[in-house]
Design a protein around this ligand. Structure first.
Ligand code: F0G
Length: 459
């Protein structure tokens, strides 16, 4: 008999989580202004808000923390991180930052100026925020197929080379500081970018002499999908594929809270010594001295160890298997989500589930609240609240997709928890016709409003 799948780790420490009643949750979510970010974590039973910084570190990462060197300058932990970045990713230069958006801040403060254009494949919200805040444009060049949630293609995160080339051709060269390729493509559903597409995008960047930036939060998951799905990669190790991916990049920004499996940390890495040098000023001003930039020595050590573990096949296989497991359960119940299942999350297609709720009343947010009320499960809206208002007209933007993301932290929950999630989604799905109204905004910030937005029931 073929042995069934199992995780490549065992558990040495556990954390208690508390169930609640529906009455309690109704009270709590009202107090939180129907914004799940405003809930206390103890009011949540299964927390799928994000896979960022919420993973379980390994025994080796915890022991690396004890060896952290907290020297202000030139700490051994910095050099451990430097070696990992060189050996695994192939970059000679980097600046540590406290997380991914801080890496974006250091880089974009240096290379962006008002009026610039930064094309990408569904820029992540902080990336888009940093670009638009500087009065630059962030045109989306994701392939059209990504918007059809029921279409099953292997690399739905790809950038459309024709869309990219049009922008590169029509924009003056001095207004093009870089192209951003996000691997995996979080916003489009944790969908991977193929090596072929990476090569095509890199070739265009070369042709038009524009640096290629890879937003790399989930680069290892991307490499796993290349190994599983792209011809010619089945026999390569994840580390070999990762090295090949970064041959084509000039810069990488990294939120290490994802694929380096740490609770906090990030970096920006460069091929160019000159750019590294120019970025140092904003690192020192905003993060810290260039050999710690916003991170403690112990965190840099854990990150170095995490980069190594996070690029091992077994680690990724256990992780992505769990996401696929949840996807398969939802298939059993006929629930529509962005297909195929992504690397870090399942993205429920809220428009196909809550067909009675008008878009002006925030369909995906309505589904998020319903799932919380059902079972204390916290997901995150990837829809029109996240999309913010148009920076020029100040009108709400209504993206083609209204998704509820259920992001699965690494090595944190068991498949039994996934069974509970699937059953709760099914219960909401079964009563979908009775959900007719959503929410209205009562308070919001001008940029990245979704974290703090306040809502009330639409009447
Ligand atoms: N880029 C991508 C693709 C991301 O998914 C994130 C964060 C960032 C950059 C910013 O990194 O959080 O360390 O500052 N994504 C988290 C999420 C927050 O839930 O998807 P950060």
């Amino acid at each position: 008999m073929k042995l069934p799948f199992s995780e490549s780790y065992r558990i040495k420490m556990v954390e208690h989580i508390r169930r609640s009643t529906r009455e309690e949750r109704e009270e709590w979510i009202k107090d939180a202004h129907y914004n799940l970010f405003q809930l206390k974590s103890e009011q949540v039973f299964i927390d799928l808000l994000t896979d960022s910084g919420t993973g379980a570190m390994s025994d080796r990462q915890w022991s690396a923390m004890m060896l952290g060197d907290e020297s202000y300058a030139g700490a051994s932990s910095y050099y451990n991180m430097k070696s990992a970045i060189k050996d695994i990713l192939g970059f000679d230069y980097f600046l540590p930052t406290h997380q991914g958006r801080a890496a974006e801040n250091v880089l974009f403060s240096t290379i962006l100026k008002e009026g610039d254009v930064v094309p990408g494949n569904s820029h992540f919200d902080t990336t888009k925020g940093h670009i638009e805040f500087r009065r630059c444009a962030a045109p989306d060049c994701t392939i059209d197929e990504a918007a059809d949630t029921q279409l099953e293609i292997p690399f739905k995160g790809n950038m459309d080379p024709a869309k990219l080339e049009k922008i590169l051709k029509e924009t003056p060269h001095d207004k093009l500081p870089c192209v951003v390729l996000t691997v995996t493509n979080n916003t489009a559903g944790g969908q991977p970018v193929s090596m072929k597409n990476i090569k095509e995008v890199a070739a265009l960047c070369k042709q038009y002499d524009v640096p290629l930036l890879m937003d790399s939060a989930r680069f290892a998951e991307n490499a796993y999908f290349i190994k599983q799905r792209e011809e010619g990669y089945a026999d390569k190790t994840i580390k070999e594929i990762v090295r090949e991916m970064y041959q084509y990049a000039d810069i990488m920004t990294m939120s290490s809270k994802k694929d380096a499996i740490v609770n906090m940390g990030g970096f920006v890495a460069f091929k160019s010594k000159d750019l590294w040098h120019r970025c140092q000023m904003f690192c020192i001003m905003n993060e810290g001295y260039i050999t710690y930039g916003g991170m403690s020595g112990r965190d840099m050590n854990a990150l170095a160890q995490g980069l190594d573990e996070g690029t091992e096949f077994d680690t990724l296989d256990s992780r992505i298997h769990q996401v696929a497991y949840l996807g398969a359960k939802l298939d059993e119940y006929g629930i529509p989500y962005q297909r195929p299942a992504g690397g870090h999350a399942i993205f429920l297609d809220a428009k196909k589930i809550l067909t009675n709720v008008p878009k002006e009343e925030f369909i995906a947010q309505t589904l998020a609240v319903e799932l919380y009320l059902e079972a204390g499960i916290r997901g995150v809206e990837i829809g029109s609240i996240l999309a913010d208002r148009d920076p020029v007209t100040r009108e709400n933007r209504y993206p083609r997709l209204e998704l509820l993301r259920l992001a699965i932290p690494r090595r944190t929950y068991t498949d039994n928890h996934m069974d509970v999630v699937a059953a709760a989604v099914k219960n909401v799905y079964d009563r979908r016709d009775s959900i007719k109204r959503g929410y209205v905004i009562t308070a919001e910030l001008p940029v990245m409003r979704h974290f703090t937005v306040e809502l009330d029931k639409a009447k």
